[in-house]
Design a binder for this molecule. Structure first.
Ligand SMILES: [Zn+2]
Length: 124
C-alpha cells in the first residue's frame, strides 16, 4: 500500500449474547429473530463486501440461557456451543465478561483453550 492509499476497516462487535445462540426464545421454544445464528447472517453479509473486517465479542457469552447452563453444567468437557459458533464465524477476538466466571475458572479456561481466537481482558 502506498502512502496515498486508504484502508477502510469495519469493526463489528457482539455483546452480552448470554447464550442466545439459536434463533429462538429459549423460554417458549418459539422462533425469534435473535441470537447469534441471526447475527451470523449479518456478519456474512458484511464480510461479502468488506475484506478488512474485525469481528469481536464484548463478553458475557457462555452464561445466560438454559442452553448455556446445560452446556456448562452437563457437558463441561465438550466444546462450548458459544465458542463453537465464534470459531465457526471466525471471530478475531473475544473479551472476558464478568459472567464468564459464573461456572468457575476451569470452565472459562477450557473455553479459552478451545477458542481459535485470542481473549482480551478489557471491556469495550
Ligand atoms: Zn451481560
Amino acid at each position: 500500500m502506498n502512502k496515498d492509499s486508504t484502508l477502510t476497516c469495519e469493526i463489528l462487535i457482539t455483546s452480552d449474547l448470554h447464550g442466545h445462540l439459536g434463533p429462538i426464545d429459549y423460554r417458549t421454544g418459539e422462533k425469534r429473530q435473535k441470537g447469534l445464528a441471526t447475527i451470523a447472517s449479518l456478519i456474512k453479509q458484511e464480510r461479502s463486501h468488506c475484506q478488512e473486517l474485525i469481528l469481536l465479542d464484548n463478553g458475557d457469552l457462555i452464561q445466560g440461557t438454559p442452553l448455556a447452563y446445560y452446556a456448562a453444567t452437563q457437558y463441561s468437557d465438550e466444546l462450548n456451543p458459544g465458542i463453537a459458533l465464534l470459531n465457526e464465524l471466525k471471530y478475531d477476538a473475544a473479551i472476558v465478561g464478568n459472567h464468564e466466571f459464573n461456572f468457575g475458572k476451569p470452565l472459562l479456561n477450557k473455553a479459552i483453550q478451545d477458542s481459535k481466537f485470542p481473549w482480551l481482558s478489557a471491556g469495550l
